[in-house]
Design a binder for this molecule. Sequence first.
Ligand code: GLU
Length: 445
Amino acid sequence: MTKVRFAPSPTGKLHVGNIRTALFNYLFARKAGGVFVLRIDDTDLERSTQAFEDGIRTDLNWLGLNWDETFKQSDRFDAYDAAAQKLKDAGLLYACYETGEELDRKRRLQMANSQPPVYDRSGLRLTDAEKAAFEAEGRKPHWRFKLSGNPISWTDLVRGPVTIETSSLSDPILIRGDGSYLYTLPSVVDDIDYKITDIIRGEDHTTNSGAQIEVFEALGGKVPNFGHQALLVGADGGKLSKRLGSMSMEDLRGEECIEAMAVNGLLARIGTSDPVEVFHDIDAILVDFSLDKLSRAPARFDPEELTRLNSKILHTTDYADIQIRLTEIDCDAGEQFWNAVRPNLEKLSDARAWSDLVKGPVTPIIEDAEFVAKAADMLPDGELDGDSWSAWTGAIKEATGRKGKQLFMPLRHALTGQQRGPEMAVLLPLIGHDKVQARLRGENA
Ligand code: GLU
């Protein structure tokens, strides 16, 4: 049974890079009929907050990336303590007493001698008496995992064959001097206990995976498959700009008013061999999804492409599927209204201007009062409908001899107070007879 996890730390808001990882895990699980787990990596008790955790859950729900199981690392310290003890007993987790400054000095010296800045394993050679002396000085040990020094190889789900030379790595610190866990050990313990079959994450974790595979083996766990996707870069291939890199999901769904399926659709397709297309639901993305299609080159994230996709999605979204969203942003003015305005929308929030325009009050622009007054006299009586605009303007044309822009623009300006917008034929019945009359008379209505 395929089982994957998305494991954010609740020390900040989710941004597009994290979401891409979440999306790939979700799609991978669904494609295999497997299980998608949300793990909250909150071992850093000081920087993790409930608000960030709630935000992560809200974002994922909003995107439709629903998890089947969820848990928090802060509930599992007993399991991590037991695993650490097991490694200590096996002689694979050893105490070190260097201060940060001392380690820095060692590294600088190694570099000055053209040696790689790899930890020299002094901790491993300490006698009990030396350790006792450090402790008596008030030093607390941090704990390092003893790597084998052998090359570690796997077939990466994205990158193909990968080899990490553990001989060129420092033994990783698993437990800090204050007793807190770094991410490496808890993650492996959880992946073993929760029977995770595939770990899909960013390529910044590739080296880490080499060390973690050895921890899996040391704990007697089954080593999962790994897939490391390339990171996101900006549209020009350079580093994601600060603004975009830090653009949170909360901004995208709130202030930017972007649709969930624009985010999902774009992130699923950039950096793959498939084109960016309009999808109205996640199941449609699933059809062609495969990690095999991911390029090893970084994926370019272009916010303009996001906006373009967003507008294409809106243009083809049915009223029934958007009604809740329209209500959320307080601009639901019915199905006719939606069908009339959607071709003009880039973002859903653009609909607000049009719903305000229909509901009023609007300040008319009247350039030629005489013409507009004549038009007002000729407005058909009673309810206006889809045919009213052509009947009305046809009659005005006959009476005044005006046509084209000369005929339509003054009416649009008077009725909407704007230079352009949705088709007047559709707008007219939405505004309604009384408001049309009032606006033609120059009243705010
Ligand atoms: N909390 C880790 C991170 O956000 C999880 C990495 C992983 O998926 O193993 O980088």
